[in-house]
Structures are given as structure tokens and as C-alpha cells.
Design a binder for this molecule. Sequence first.
Ligand code: SF4
Ligand code: SF4
Length: 152
Amino acid sequence: MSFMSFASEMLGNLFKPPATSQYPFKPRKVYEADRGKVINNIDNCIFCGMCMRNCPSDAITVDRNARTWKINRFACVQCKECVTNCPKKCLSMDTEYTAPATEKTEEVLQGPPPPPKPQLVLTEAQKAAIAAAQAKKAAAQKAAAEAGQAKA
Ligand code: SF4
Ligand code: SF4
């Protein structure tokens, strides 16, 4: 860098505002694509575990039976793999970062109870068809048993 360009850069910087901001006294600028902490809309989670299997830092633990989703935010590297691979699109990335803490705690989200299984309601015709099929099967088994006894 020549002396003239150096001097002009130096003089210019004397009159420019500082490039850094007085964080945390002045809020930082937030961008739409910022990758902050991972958020789970737990009501839509199906506990499939895809996020857990795709997390490179083992920050997520999913328990399908207990219907819990757990994250160690201090292990998360904000790669967004869990968000990309969630089939229910219930994960997203907040623009805010995890707050500093003195202890590395984990956050556990409890999902709602599973929806009741639909009851199978048969029509009278279907019930009759099932009964007929069962009777036919029983008759065939009886005939086979009698044929076996006759041979013996
Ligand atoms: S991938 Fe999505 S739906 Fe599956 S367990 Fe993770 S958060 Fe829930
Ligand atoms: S953003 Fe990356 S590191 Fe963080 S929980 Fe998701 S997959 Fe794991």
C-alpha cells in the first residue's frame, strides 16, 4: 500500500463511525437468515428421531415412548441439519442465540399425549361376512382333522 493510499484510508477512518457496536447496550442487528437457537413446535412433533440421527454433535435426544424431545443447546453448532431433515417441519431456527449460562443444562420438551386410535366400526354385512369366513375356516379345519384320523 502506498503512503498516499494509506494516509487517505487513515484520514477516512478518523471521520467514520466505529464498525463495532456497543453490544449488549445497543441491540445487534438481526438478519432473517441468522441461525440462532433451534425451536421445536412440539405439538406437531411425531418423535420420529430424524433430527437426532442427523445431528452431527449429538445435541438432540428423542424418546418416542416418553414423547420427549431434548436438546443440549451448548452442544449445538447451529448447522441446521435437524431443521432440514424434520419431516413435519416443526423445527426452525430462532434469530436469537442461546443465552450464556454457568451450567450446561439440557432443555426437555414434553409432547402432548398421542391421539386415540380410531375405533373400527363394522356394518352388519361385514360382521356376517366375517362370521361366515370363520365358520368356513372351522369346517375346513374339522374336515382336515377327520381326514387325518381316517388315514391313521
Ligand atoms: S425430526 Fe421433527 S418430527 Fe421427528 S422427532 Fe425431530 S422434531 Fe420431531
Ligand atoms: S442445528 Fe445442527 S448441531 Fe444444532 S441441534 Fe440441529 S443438527 Fe444438531
